[in-house]
Design a protein around this ligand. Structure first.
Ligand code: PLP
Length: 391
């Protein structure tokens, strides 16, 4: 067989193409609501104050860069576990955590563990979901099925349709759930919906895999983690992929963790040994810098307080932009109830193109906007461009 002949062309990344188009646009008044990072009111994605401070200390204090283990910075994972759950539940011997390269790494090694543990399991993801979910599970060898999720008419969750579809799930199947701030729709499960999902997973023997990538960017740390917490309490086995890349703005430093809960302590120990073996074959050990920074912030009351207050400012800014958008037209009203960076506008791909061509407004074809791309200086122009296209 000729060398490399089995390779197939790959779809170019639509968001990267969008970035390139936006960069090439010479108009001064262009608006980027495509790229998925937080931006402040000047349109920048700065390093957070507490992160800068911790980095300075880290450089001054670090005396060795010798290897840690495949589970990375153990204190980091413990502090993060306490931030999401509580001190007692972190000590539960049916649970363990390990540091991973970002939320993506947590999803990837979690998917690998699940395919090893349950070779026939399939994963159910919402339609739509973050485009990287299905490929991550596919690479780990797990088939993906989709369930209905977004009700474009109400801008909420089509929960009954979701439950009906999950009737087809088999015992041992995995259900991927966004912990808060769903990407790309901004929707979130209510407490009652989390309870219904927990009951369904327990009754049917399904394994929830919670993706918590925007903790603290919705309503606050406690409410944003409440669904995940409740779910983990209610079911025998669950996984949680955590990303610190948005809420600590550490994106390229790749900071995350995987938490696993097994039905018993011996099974947890078995799952832990297997997860570490899988991590060794994927990346050996995770990059240290960002996790060390997060550890220092969470371990220091003053830095922690400063991080929380900057996170609150970010969240408040996002929600202020949401309120302003929602007030502009009845069809945009759901945006005020949605949370996090993203919402999906009720417009078609032709309109997305027209907004780009005529107004220099950049978003992917599905109408997903990053609310953080808006600020007091451009939101008026954004609404003005959009309104004529709303039915
Ligand atoms: N999960 C969701 C829903 C995301 O939107 C993202 C990032 O965009 C991730 C996980 C992964 O984040 P990370 O950059 O930490 O890998």
């Amino acid at each position: 067989q000729p060398i490399f002949s089995a390779l197939r062309p790959q779809q170019p990344d639509a968001l990267l193409a969008l970035i390139a188009m936006h960069r090439a646009d010479q108009r001064g008044e262009k608006i980027d609501v495509g790229v998925g990072v937080y931006r402040d009111r000047s349109g920048l994605t700065p390093v957070m104050r507490a992160v800068k401070m911790a980095e300075t200390r880290l450089v001054a204090q670090q005396s060795s860069k010798s290897y840690l283990g495949s589970d990375g910075d153990i204190r980091f994972t413990q502090l993060l576990g306490e931030l999401i759950f509580s001190a007692q539940s972190v000590d539960d011997d049916r649970r363990f955590g390990l540091q991973t390269p970002g939320g993506t790494g947590a999803l990837r090694v979690g998917a690998a563990l699940l395919t090893r543990a349950m070779p026939d399991a399939r994963v159910w993801v919402s339609q739509p979901t973050w485009p990287n979910h299905a490929p991550i599970f596919a690479e780990a060898g797990m088939a993906t099925l989709t369930h209905p999720y977004f009700d474009a008419k109400t801008g909420g969750i089509a929960f009954d349709l979701m439950l009906t579809a999950l009737d087809e799930a088999r015992a041992g199947d995995v259900v991927l759930l966004h912990g808060c701030c769903h990407n790309p729709t901004g929707t979130q499960f209510s407490v009652e919906q989390w309870q219904a999902l927990a009951a369904l997973c327990s009754l049917r023997g399904l394994i929830p895999f919670i993706d918590l990538a925007y903790h603290g960017l919705g309503d606050d740390l406690a409410p944003d983690g409440a669904g995940a917490r409740m779910m983990m309490e209610a079911v025998p086995a669950a996984l949680l992929a955590y990303s610190c890349d948005k809420n600590f703005a550490l994106y390229r430093d790749r900071v995350g963790a995987l938490f696993v809960q097994a039905p018993s302590a011996p099974l947890a120990e078995m799952a832990r040994a297997n997860t570490l073996a899988l991590a060794r074959s994927l990346w050996s050990m995770p990059p240290d810098h960002g996790a060390a920074v997060v550890r220092m912030i969470l371990d220091d009351p003053a830095l922690r307080k400063d991080w929380r207050s900057e996170l609150e400012r970010m969240r408040t800014r996002l929600n202020r932009m949401r309120t302003a958008l929602a007030a502009a037209h009845p069809l945009l009203a759901p945006i005020a109830r949605q949370r996090g960076l993203f919402s999906r506008l009720p417009i078609d791909p032709q309109t997305v193109e027209a907004l780009r061509d005529h107004h220099g407004i950049y978003m992917p074809a599905d109408g997903r906007i990053n609310v953080a791309g808006l600020n007091d200086a451009n939101i008026g122009r954004f609404i003005e461009g959009l309104l004529p296209h709303l039915e």
